[in-house]
Design a protein around this ligand. Structure first.
Ligand code: KG4
Ligand code: ZN
Length: 360
């Protein structure tokens, strides 16, 4: 079963062809970083226009690289939630047109849920379930109980910044470079938390729950780098900035930040594992997805957690950590196997499936 996936929820236009939910025949991603960089964030209108321009090229290339003709496709999968509404509409409209003209099923896929099957890509078979899932990206840091790849229940998550967002801000505070998350990770690998002028506490919050916080960590790093503010109001100035620190001091502070940020995720993965066990839904695997799954320290933790908890701790190959369309095709395969499909009235929705009722 060959499935074409299409993705345009934010600032990546992506298309991929995946066979039987795990075998990636092509994975094309056109990023728009250069278009948005000077605005310091994604401009929705620019993103939508760029998706329209990129989509035909990206789809054609994904089919060509896979060596697949359109009539060989068994289904078309599209990320239809959550995301920027104007961006989502681009791939959703394209997918509807293709599914209609080819006479194959259309499947609308939740982007966040799809991050949790990305670790299946390139494996001989999908990971076993029930599983504990962690999505750690620029917009999400959430733990889920996954009865199957199609059914997820939110267990807890960040109460403020997403961990990837904290990485991006920490990279600015430390002058680590752009894109921030990967640059901070590289800087941290040259440092040692034990040598840093200060260590940071985990953002695990009090109690036994699965909620966490990353905004305090970011502020603590800011003060560690810049010192105390001098003066009041508009006149207030910090004692120093990152340019006044040695390369080694910056690397050591980056390592201390990384120790606390990733340490928080690891602590909550352990807690989530026990919580599912206590609820008689013992996880058969831990699956992690999202851009932060590319992090070197988190990846180094995976084999240690596997040995400690006695189950596979699966991270996607680096190409499938960030936004891509292959993960959408992978989840669509599970939905098709279960007899699910969507109609041509499939909506594009700004919020995802795990949003509690009554909240937009
Ligand atoms: O999943 P993703 O590509 O996009 C969404 O946010 O949906 O994730 C991007 C996030 C960014 O915040 C980026 O800073 C973070 O993933 N990231 C990393 C690393 N690579 C990307 N964070 C920590 N370490 C990394 N190596
Ligand atoms: Zn994403």
């Amino acid at each position: 079963m060959l499935i074409l996936g299409l993705e345009s929820s934010c600032d990546e236009t992506a298309a991929a062809v995946v066979a039987d939910g795990t075998r990636v025949l092509s994975n094309v991603v056109a990023t728009q970083h250069a278009l948005h960089e000077r605005y310091g964030g994604v401009v929705p209108e620019i993103a939508s226009r760029a998706h329209l321009e990129h989509l035909p090229f990206v789809v054609t290339r994904a089919l060509a690289e896979a060596g697949v003709a359109p009539h060989q496709l068994g289904a078309v999968a599209v990320g239809n939630r959550p995301g920027l509404i104007g961006s989502l509409l681009c791939a959703v409209s394209a997918a509807k047109g293709m599914a209609l003209s080819l006479g194959v099923p259309l499947l609308g896929i939740d982007h966040v849920q799809a991050h949790l099957v990305a670790a299946d890509l390139g494996r001989p078979a999908p990971l076993p379930h029930p599983a504990l899932g962690l999505v750690a990206s620029g917009g999400h840091t959430t733990l889920y109980a996954l009865e199957s790849p199609r059914t997820m229940r939110r267990l807890g998550g960040t109460i403020d910044d997403a961990v990837g967002e904290a990485y991006d801000k920490a990279a600015v505070i430390l002058g680590a470079g752009y894109p921030g998350g990967a640059a901070l990770d590289r800087l941290a690998q040259r440092g040692d938390p034990a040598r840093a002028p200060r260590r940071f506490t985990l953002g695990t919050l009090q109690g036994d729950g699965l909620d966490m916080t990353f905004s305090g960590l970011k502020t603590a790093l800011l003060y560690a780098v810049r010192g105390q503010p001098v003066g009041r109001g508009a006149e207030a100035r910090f004692e120093r900035d990152w340019q006044d620190l040695s390369e080694q001091a910056r690397a050591d502070l980056a390592a201390a930040f990384q120790e606390a940020a990733i340490g928080t995720l690891v602590a909550k993965l352990r807690r989530g594992f026990r919580m599912m066990q206590e609820r008689r839904q013992a996880p058969q695997a831990i699956v992690i997805g999202g851009g932060v799954a590319a992090n070197s320290l988190l990846r180094a933790w995976a084999p240690k957690l596997e040995a400690e908890l006695g189950l596979p701790v699966a991270l996607p190959a680096p190409a499938f950590c960030g936004d891509n369309a292959a993960m959408l095709a992978a989840l669509a395969w599970h939905r098709l196997q279960a007899g699910e499909r969507d109609g041509l009235d499939l909506p594009a929705l700004p919020s995802g499936v795990d949003v509690p009722a009554g909240r937009a």
